[in-house]
Design a protein around this ligand. Structure first.
Ligand code: NDP
Length: 252
């Protein structure tokens, strides 16, 4: 039997990169994609050096034609895509007064449109084979919290929840499961950005009120992605799993 194939967007750094490593360890051939060419190539090389199967392809998730072409190429080369991890995302801090149509659309186009495009591209092949798993990154800011000066981000991440639910129902009869992950505070470039997010000091402060006593690491999310893709999660679809160390249930 051929190796299962996972395609990951935004896989050069952060949660996407850790997920690439975790899927490789779980026996998947990993197709890493990102706008970050250098980081993506390096991540793929490291997986190969460790004995895994991986390759990098440049992909901007705003590009429908390129998304469709890459999915077709991978399917033709390896016989199909078993799992899509729609992870690429940006979180820009913009106060409402400065939130132009352009800035709004830019975030929606990547954080929500990007998930839609890769799911749309992968669905026909998964349908033909009668199986598949699509996993999308939402956020605690999309399922529970409001985030000031990030309303475009919160709107996009809430949109991911609706997208996951709708796709799950539409694709279930073809054996395809669609789920989401809503991370809490995870130590990556995104969360560490002083300009756009909590920054180092903010993450340290957050660790004090997170019930499990620490902020998350990318691996904490990656392992959940591998679980959701696996047969152990065969009866789970349409769900968005919160991975936050107890933050949402513990902060009152
Ligand atoms: P990172 O910023 O570390 O990694 C995201 C990756 O996606 C980067 O390589 C980024 O490139 C890439 N990317 C950005 N725009 C595009 C695009 N148009 N096409 C393809 N790739 C693109 O983020 P995280 O690892 O922290 O986050 C991964 C996902 O998890 C995101 O969707 C994020 O919103 C979500 N998330 C993260 C949380 C956290 O605390 N870290 C919390 C909740 C959700 P570049 O660096 O150039 O932008």
């Amino acid at each position: 039997m051929r190796m299962p194939v996972v395609l990951i967007t935004g896989a050069g750094i952060g949660i996407g990169r850790s997920s690439a490593v975790a899927f490789a360890r779980a026996g998947y051939r990993v197709i890493l994609t990102d706008v970050l060419e250098r980081e993506g190539r390096k991540a793929a090389e490291e997986i190969v050096a460790a004995g895994g199967q991986a390759e990098f392809h440049h992909l901007d998730v705003r590009d429908s034609a390129r998304t469709d072409a890459l999915v077709a190429l991978v399917e033709e080369t390896y016989g199909g895509i078993n799992v899509v991890l729609a992870n690429a995302g940006i979180a820009h801090k913009v106060p409402l007064a400065e939130l132009t149509d352009e800035k709004w659309s830019h975030t929606l186009d990547i954080d929500l449109g990007g998930v839609f495009r890769i799911a749309r591209a992968a669905a026909p092949g998964m349908r033909r084979r009668g199986s598949g798993s699509v996993i999308a990154l939402s956020s605690i800011m999309g399922v529970a919290y409001g985030w000031d000066e990030h309303v475009h981000y919160s709107a996009a991440k809430s949109g991911v929840v609706g997208l996951v639910r709708g796709l799950a129902v539409e694709l279930a009869k073809d054996g395809i499961r669609v789920n989401g992950i809503a991370p809490g505070y995870i130590r990556t470039a995104q969360a560490l950005s002083e300009e756009n997010s909590l920054g180092e000091a903010g993450l340290e402060a957050a660790a004090k009120f997170i019930p499990l006593g620490r902020t998350g690491e990318p691996e904490d999310v990656a392992d959940v992605a591998v679980f959701l893709a696996s047969d152990a999660a065969r009866y789970i679809t349409g769900q968005v799993i919160v991975v936050d160390g107890g933050l949402l249930v513990g902060r009152y």
